[in-house]
Design a binder for this molecule. Sequence first.
Ligand SMILES: [Zn+2]
Length: 342
Amino acid sequence: MIEEIADDMFRIELPIPNSPLQTVNTYLLKGEERDLLVDSGMDEEECKASLQKALHNLGTNLEKIDFFITHLHIDHFGLAPTLASNGATIYLNAPEAFFFGNINLWEKGFEYGKINGFPEEDLKKHLAQKPRFLKEIPRKELRIAAENNSVNSPDGHRFQILGEGDDLNIGNHSFKCVFTPGHSRGHTCLYEPSQKIIFSGDHILEDITPAIFLWPGEDRDPLAEYLKSLDKVFGLDVSYVLPGHRSPFQKHRKRIKELKQHHQDRENEITSVMNAKGKHAFEIASKVTWNIPRPWDEFALELKWMALAETLAHLNHLAGKKEVHWKYGTDNICYYYLPQTT
Ligand SMILES: [Zn+2]
């Protein structure tokens, strides 16, 4: 599906197979010599064919396309290294290039699952299925790009790091990078102050709440980062938001208020299932509501894993505010509990 946003700007909605999100947006911006795609879609045949067809219909081709990636999740980044032609540039952020380039997330997954109460047999089963993104991601290049600011890949394209306040010019547009960590550690929006448009990636979506996770090996408070990034974008003069999923929308401040309220409600729900004695994160996750039409016991392991990571983002944030406490039990499992009020 192609939607014309302006005469040099198009939204291309791509299918993403086996994902509850169903589609992801990429945006084509036409320049003089080169064009730019904001996000690339997933490295799946269906998605790739759909993008190639759209580019053809829009009178461009991969030979003249560079990529700006809002964040390195597979639905946004997956296709870029596959499609980038000789001489193309892929712009991306340093924190995620560093993280995905260096850390062996999956090795840390077992300990992370275990200390948070994920049942051991299920954990082994879950971790046996190595996630797609770890197989696909060009880790060595990302590592070097994070260290040196850019790197040429053996396939002839270049990874170039962009950060807060950096400019990206294309055609008549002059964009600024706005660093908005939270949904991912290096998430970056592209903002054009003169036209008041923002490519928001997965930072702000209209009818989906971007998930905030704490993953294995992460020593951060992603929810605090996210709330801060929401405030940052709240302060921008924006008339049109071009998100990573679903339709463009207006009134970004109204949406930001709703997203903040959602996280407050979530926090309240999480503390409401806790007590002063202590529960591990997996148990807490099993007791809060999820937008899945079946009971917790019937969740696929992948879903339980994601629910745990989302619960941990909240628990970690609450612990940072001293609203919940935690300690390890004699079983080496981490228990979260409410402070005694008496
Ligand atoms: Zn996404």
